[in-house]
Design a protein around this ligand. Structure first.
Ligand code: TPP
Ligand code: MG
Length: 226
């Protein structure tokens, strides 16, 4: 599936398809890190819809009890596919749930790059200091449908969609950098060209890659036959 990449070199685990299972994985990774005495933090992300899965409660409870070096970032975009937040959760701010685990619940404007950086920086410092996990809720807007199969105009009003437009963090951050005199047109063009090159190279690499051998289909799924 398109978003299910990982990268061992960058210590990025492959995303999980069943939503919220990754929070349990993160708690396990954070526990391993703590037991090994490594100075590492497990950062895990999910949506507000995923937050209602039982896995999240188990992971947060465990991480809080053992003061694990973990940061949970919930991207609250107000929708789980077509289900609006008010039909998923009885609270407006998911961060209030952190109190039930005796951990900080931080709300941040997820469309503001520097606010997100500061919230994550503080949470990582806390985790590294042995003070345990942090729950960050980033309020974001969903600019497009859930996927290319999804037509969000079928269940979102024009008013709702219009309110979200103009909250794309990338152009906003670009404008912030320009205003601060940190980005000029030449630097922006160079970054754009570099990123486009990286994406094109990765696309060429993927398209040229051989299909997986069907004989490997069940590898790492079932015990290998003796
Ligand atoms: C356990 C489980 N149930 C249902 C699904 C189907 N599903 C895929 S994405 C999704 C909505 C997720 O919403 P949210 O957590 O708010 O994330 P967003 O897509 O908004 O980032 C659902 C229900 C799934 N992948 N896993
Ligand atoms: Mg969502």
């Amino acid at each position: 599936m398109p978003a299910h990449y990982g990268g061992a070199a960058h210590r990025i685990f492959s995303s999980s398809s069943p939503v919220a299972t990754q929070v349990l994985h993160a708690a396990g990774i954070a526990l391993a890190s703590k037991l090994r005495g490594e100075s590492q933090v497990a950062a895990v992300m999910m949506g507000e819809g995923a937050s209602n899965q039982g896995d999240v409660h188990e992971a947060l409870n465990f991480a809080a009890i053992h003061r694990l070096p973990m940061v949970l970032l919930v991207e609250n975009n107000g929708y789980a596919i077509s289900v609006p937040a008010e039909k998923q959760v009885a609270v407006r701010d998911l961060a209030v749930r952190a109190a039930g685990y005796n951990m900080p619940g931080v709300i941040v404007d997820g469309t503001d790059v520097l606010s997100c950086y500061l919230a994550m920086r503080d949470a990582v410092a806390r985790a590294l200091a042995g003070e345990g996990p942090t729950f960050i809720e980033a309020k974001v807007t969903r600019l497009t449908g859930h996927s290319s199969d999804d037509q969000q105009t079928k269940y979102r009003t024009e008013e709702d969609l219009a309110a979200g437009r103009g909250h794309d963090p990338l152009p906003a951050f670009r404008d912030e950098l320009r205003a601060a005199g940190l980005l000029d047109a030449a630097a922006e063009a160079a970054i754009t060209a570099e990123v486009r090159g990286l994406v094109e190279d990765a696309t060429d690499f993927a398209e040229a890659a051989a299909d997986p051998d069907p004989a490997t289909l069940t590898r790492h799924v079932y015990a290998e036959p003796g």
